[in-house]
Design a binder for this molecule. Structure first.
Ligand code: ADP
Length: 465
């Protein structure tokens, strides 16, 4: 439907442009034809005056006036334009006057008053006549010769030409518009095919792709662009499905733990109060953990839908690291892990959302403390290196296998599922940290050696000035 309307619009535009072209052409052609008819007529009139002049030069000395008249009469009816001409001398005496001009009393300008030769058009007895008056000098005496011809034929030819233009133009326009419509519909039919194919693709068959015509034109590019878009959509739908599945899986375990703990506690009612309290503690602990997972999921979901944004302001990265380290130190100490902070004295200015950056750093410190056995140590530092603020968190913990390292930033990814869950992790911390760092235009990376420890680094651009 849409392509039909584009085809119609194109044809309409084509019609408008073509119609203006035809109209302009017809007007110009009509005027050119008219000018050329006048030109041809005027040239013939000038020729006739030259003929009269040469006749007079030859005959005027030897003939009397009546003889000249006779000669003129004889001479003139033979030439083109018949005998429509008249000659007068300086005194206004008629040397010759053809009958129609005499009958209609057509005036002549005497040679003294005729400054230059002159063309005129005037109606005589329902005919349009073209007059040409010229002053000639024969044997020293001035005369005025006026010749005339009827424009009837010229006007008839012009009229025929006008009718032909008026008849031919609409036919031409109809043919051209029909042609224009046909061409545009033909050109747009592959677009129709593409939209039909695109219509068939839905969430169930996102893996399907459009046929790409190997034409090297816009249609090929359109199909390729749509296919690339489908690929992106397919990838993000896959991620979404995976995310939902992982999220439900992740929430099922704690919820069923809460349920079983509560059920067991409720089964035997004659328990000592301490057992109930222990069960309640377990339920509470699991509920806290679950709500943390739900919070993380919500944050990532909002990040995906671009609803969660950060507000970056100029801050001192050292101050943010110091504040995160205060909490990180408490976490480490509670797990029996030593904690050390290495901070340069001078401030490191960056553009950042301090709360979000603090959260990312805390995730790294929490992981370092979680995956480091008692007696180990965690070290946190910040330095400006090659125009970058580099914040690092290193530990002497269990480390990550080289094959696992590329996955640590994936959602729900955990190196050791059982142990990690025990430590309270759902595999979302590093994905959140990565999202935060990405939103800052920075980079996050990790290095690790199994059994020796890990180092995670966040790099942001240092603000100048
Ligand atoms: P979690 O909440 O499970 O810690 P993260 O996304 O923060 O999830 O980390 C993903 C996984 O990467 C963890 O489950 C853990 O196996 C591994 N990991 C992260 N940091 C460290 C670290 N400092 N030392 C050892 N393993 C780590």
């Amino acid at each position: 439907m849409r392509s039909r309307s584009i085809g119609f619009r194109l044809a309409a535009w084509y019609f408008l442009v073509f119609a203006s072209g035809v109209a302009a052409f017809s007007i110009i052609a009509w005027f050119a034809m008219r000018a050329s008819l006048y030109h041809a007529t005027d040239e013939a009139l000038e020729d006739r005056v030259r003929g009269v002049q040469s006749f007079m030069e030859r005959q005027i000395a030897s003939l009397s006036i009546p003889e000249i008249r006779d000669e003129f009469r004889e001479h003139s009816v033979l030439g083109p334009g018949g005998d429509l001409f008249q000659v007068a001398d300086a005194g206004g005496e008629w040397l010759y006057r053809s009958v129609p001009l005499e009958n209609n009393n057509v005036a002549i300008t005497l040679p003294a008053a005729l400054a230059s030769s002159r063309f005129e058009t005037a109606p005589v007895q329902g005919h349009v006549l073209r007059f040409y008056s010229q002053r000639i000098v024969v044997h020293g005496k001035p005369y005025t010769v006026q010749v005339a011809t009827t424009m009837d034929e010229a006007f008839e030819a012009l009229e025929r030409f006008r009718v032909m233009l008026l008849l031919a133009s609409p036919l031409l326009l109809i043919a051209a518009s029909a042609g224009g419509y046909w061409i545009s519909s033909r050109a747009l039919s592959p677009v129709d095919a593409i939209s039909r194919a695109a219509n068939r693709i839905s969430i169930e068959n996102l893996a399907e792709r459009l046929n790409v015509p190997k034409t090297g034109d816009q249609l090929q590019r359109l199909s390729e662009t749509l296919n690339a878009m489908l690929a992106r959509l397919e990838a993000s739908v896959r991620r979404m499905i995976q995310f939902t599945a992982d999220a439900s899986h992740e929430l099922r375990a704690p919820v069923s733990l809460i349920r079983t703990t509560a059920e067991i506690a409720a089964m035997n009612r004659d328990r000592p109060a301490t057992e109930y309290l222990t069960a309640l503690d377990e339920i509470h602990e699991e509920a806290v953990r679950t709500s943390q997972v739900v919070d993380s999921l919500m944050l990532l979901a909002r990040a995906d839908s671009a609803k969660e944004t950060l507000e970056c302001i100029p801050v001192d990265a050292a101050a943010v690291v110091r504040s995160a380290a205060e909490q990180g130190e408490r976490l480490a100490r509670s797990r029996g892990v030593r904690f050390r902070l290495n901070l340069a004295a001078e401030p490191v200015p960056v553009q950042a959302d301090p709360e979000a950056l603090r959260r990312a750093l805390l995730i790294l410190m929490d992981n370092a403390a979680k995956y480091t056995p008692e007696g180990g140590s965690v070290e946190v530092g910040l330095e400006a290196r090659n125009g970058q603020a580099v914040a690092w968190v290193s530990d002497t913990g269990m480390g990550i296998a080289a094959a696992d390292l590329p996955h640590v930033f994936d959602r729900f990814w955990r190196a050791d599922k059982a142990r990690s869950r025990e430590q309270g992790g759902a595999g979302l911390g590093l994905s959140i940290a990565k999202w935060i760092v990405d939103m800052h235009g920075g980079t996050i990376s990790g290095q690790s050696e199994i059994g020796k420890g890990s180092v995670f680094e966040i790099k942001l651009t240092v603000e100048k000035g």
